[in-house]
Ligand binder design. Structure first.
Ligand code: SF4
Length: 293
């Protein structure tokens, strides 16, 4: 179902924070993995069980301190300890799907919330921009909604050539591309969740406009990809990205998932300080720190 999250005074962040609170209040989720903004504007992903902390949620910030897929896998293991909503970008969702294939995570009890992604900055660059006051989230979202090439300052190289910026699959998808955010944040919601949230369906106006913006963003990034990657690598990545891709028989039979211990874990310090709840993770039966300590 298509809906619209109202934004007051053009404040998309307030609108999305209301949605997150609504998800927790309606018990669609018991906890939410989401990037939070600390007092000094540093972005840190956290597992939130107290809605108070959603005042600091910022899923639009153009920074990705860690890939959330690994953190989500560490939180859930094979069985999530509670109904958890996870707010992820497209590349993180795809990475999570790969970890699920490797049986390092599970979709059970997960509500996937995907956000259109105009791109992110290098971590140091993002922090410099924040320090110097050179980053306006409103301007970033406005440029992203128009599908403008965010060339200055430059996005991360991976983002400049990312041709899958739309989150798939997800139970809730927040649209930025082609959106008039002054009217609200368009969302696509799985029907069961929409009915719990009592969301009114809205007529999708400008769906063609959204598709045109998405196509333009992908075309720009394909150009960067072709300029930056040697032809063989570009061709290989195109084939890997295709839904029809299947690995050659020899690779399929010989490839083995890496041992769990061989995969880099996020540093505990990256997540533990902001695992936020009324009583830390003890509210979630069986929950543990992402590092497993
Ligand atoms: S642009 Fe693509 S690679 Fe970059 S953060 Fe967004 S989804 Fe990930």
């Amino acid at each position: 179902m298509n809906g619209l999250i109202p934004t007051q005074n053009n404040d998309a962040l307030a609108g999305v924070r209301n949605l997150f609170r609504h998800l927790m209040d309606a018990h669609v989720v018991e906890a939410l993995y989401v990037p939070l903004e600390t007092e000094n504007s540093v972005i840190t992903p956290a597992l939130v069980t107290d809605p108070v902390y959603l005042e600091r949620a910022n899923p639009f910030a153009p920074a990705m301190p860690i890939n959330g897929a690994r953190a989500v896998a560490e939180i859930t293991g094979k069985h999530a300890p509670a109904q958890i909503g996870v707010v992820l970008r497209s590349c993180e969702l795809r990475a999570l799907m790969e970890l699920i294939k490797l049986q390092q995570s599970s979709l059970e009890q997960l509500v996937l919330i995907g956000v259109d992604c105009p791109g992110t900055y290098e971590w140091a660059e993002y922090n410099r921009l924040q320090r110097d006051g050179g980053l306006s989230l409103d301007d970033y979202l406005a440029a992203g909604s128009r599908g403008e090439n965010l060339a200055s300052p430059a996005l991360r190289v991976a983002c400049q050539m990312c041709n899958q910026p739309v989150p798939e699959p997800a139970d809730i998808r927040l649209h930025i591309f082609g959106a008039d955010l002054s009217q609200g944040i368009p969302i696509t919601v799985e029907d069961g969740i929409a009915s719990i949230l009592e969301l009114e369906p809205v007529e999708v106006s400008g769906a063609d406009g959204r598709q045109a913006v998405v196509d333009r963003v992908i075309a720009q990034r394909d150009q960067v990809r072709q300029r930056s990657l040697p032809p063989c690598a570009s061709d290989w990545m195109q084939r890997m990205a295709s839904p029809r891709y299947s690995p050659p028989a020899s690779a399929a039979t010989t490839a083995r998932p890496p041992a769990r211990s061989a995969i880099a874990r996020p540093a505990c310090s990256a997540l533990l300080p902001l695992t936020m709840s009324r009583n830390t993770t003890s509210q979630l039966p069986g929950a543990k720190a992402p590092c497993g300590c």
